[in-house]
Design a binder for this molecule. Structure first.
Ligand code: PDD
Length: 280
C-alpha cells in the first residue's frame, strides 16, 4: 500500500517518517492548537471560517501564526483527493525547546503538522445516536481549539462506557456543548443552540446551520438551554465537521421525540447536503 503523505515543518514526507522530538511542547504540555477542516470534491469546506478560528485560537494561546491563509491553503491542497470526502487535521504546537519549562521558550519555531484523512461514514447518521448528560468539567478557554483535550476525552469515554456515542455537557444548569460537537435542540418548534461564549467551541458546522436556517425560514434562536429544556426538547442534534448533523434519539436513557431523527433534522440535513453539493 502506498504510504500516506503528511506535511511536517515545511515539507512533505511519508507518515512513517514524520517524527518530532520528545521535548516538543505539544507532547510535554499539550501546548498547541488544532483545526479540523472537511474537504469535499477536493476543496476545503468554509476554509476562511476555519482560518479565522485558527487565528483566534493561536491569539488566545499566544503562538505566532507561522503561515498566512494562502500559505495554509497551499500546504493543504496537495494532500487532498477530489474523489473522496476527507478532512484536514492541522496542528501547531509552541515548538521544541531544549528543556522542559512551563514558561514560553524564546526563539523557538512552532511545530506544524498537517494530515489528511478520509471521512468514514458514521453509523449514527441515519439512525441517530444515544447521548448522556454530565457536568462539564472543563476550563474557561473552550473557545480556543487547543490540543489539550483531556477533559473532552474523559467526557467522551464516560459516554461510551454508558453505551452512548456522545456526552452532552452541562455547566451551572445550562447546556454548553458535546465532548466533540455543538448542541442544538428543537424547543416549542424553534431551533435553539447556546450562544457563543468561552464555554463552547465556536463550531463552523454550527455557523453553517444557523446561516441555512435563516435562508430557509427555519425559526432559530441563540439562547441558553437549561437541562430541563433539553430533556423536554422534541429534537436534539449534535454537530461537527466530521459527523455533520447527528440526531440524538435517546438522552439519559429516555427517547427524544418519537425515538427517531425528527422532521426538523430531516429538513436541515437535506438543506445541508444540498449546500455541500452546491460548492462542488
Ligand atoms: N471537533 N465543540 C467541540 C468541543 C469540538 O471538538 C468540535 C469539533 C465542535 C464542532 O466544531 P466544528 O463544527 O467546527 O467541527 C464543537 C472536531 C471535529 C475534532 O476535535 O475532531
Amino acid at each position: 500500500m502506498a504510504s500516506k503523505t503528511v506535511f511536517l515543518n515545511g515539507g512533505y514526507l511519508p507518515l512513517e517518517d514524520a517524527k518530532i522530538s520528545v521535548l516538543d511542547r505539544g507532547f510535554l504540555f499539550g501546548d498547541g492548537v488544532y483545526e479540523v477542516i472537511p474537504a469535499y470534491y477536493g476543496k476545503l469546506f468554509r476554509a476562511q471560517d476555519h482560518w479565522q478560528r485558527l487565528e483566534n485560537s493561536l491569539a488566545i494561546v499566544r503562538i505566532t501564526n507561522p503561515h498566512s491563509r494562502n500559505e495554509w491553503q497551499a500546504i493543504c491542497e496537495p494532500l487532498l483527493d477530489a474523489g473522496k470526502n476527507q478532512y484536514i487535521y492541522l496542528q501547531i504546537t509552541r515548538g521544541t525547546a531544549d528543556k522542559r519549562d512551563h514558561a514560553f521558550p524564546e526563539g523557538v519555531a512552532p511545530t506544524v503538522f498537517v494530515l489528511c484523512s478520509d471521512i468514514l461514514p458514521f453509523a449514527g447518521t441515519q439512525t441517530g445516536i444515544k447521548a448522556v448528560t454530565m457536568d462539564d468539567s472543563r476550563w474557561k478557554l473552550c473557545h480556543a481549539k487547543t490540543i489539550a483535550l483531556l477533559g473532552n476525552i474523559l467526557h467522551r469515554q464516560e459516554a461510551i462506557d454508558q453505551d452512548c456515542a456522545e456526552a452532552i455537557l452541562v455547566k451551572n444548569g445550562y447546556v454548553t456543548e458535546g465532548a466533540a460537537s455543538n448542541v442544538f435542540a428543537v424547543i416549542d418548534g424553534v431551533l435553539v443552540t447556546p450562544p457563543k461564549s468561552n464555554a463552547i467551541l465556536h463550531g463552523i458546522t454550527r455557523d453553517v446551520i444557523l446561516e441555512l436556517a435563516a435562508q430557509h425560514n427555519i425559526a432559530y434562536r441563540e439562547e441558553h438551554i437549561t437541562l430541563a429544556q433539553l430533556q423536554a426538547a422534541s429534537e436534539i442534534w449534535v454537530t461537527s465537521s466530521t459527523r455533520e448533523i447527528i440526531a440524538v434519539v435517546e438522552l439519559d436513557g429516555i427517547s427524544v421525540g418519537n425515538g427517531a431523527p425528527g422532521p426538523v433534522w430531516h429538513t436541515m440535513n437535506d438543506i445541508f447536503q444540498a449546500y455541500k453539493q452546491s460548492l462542488s
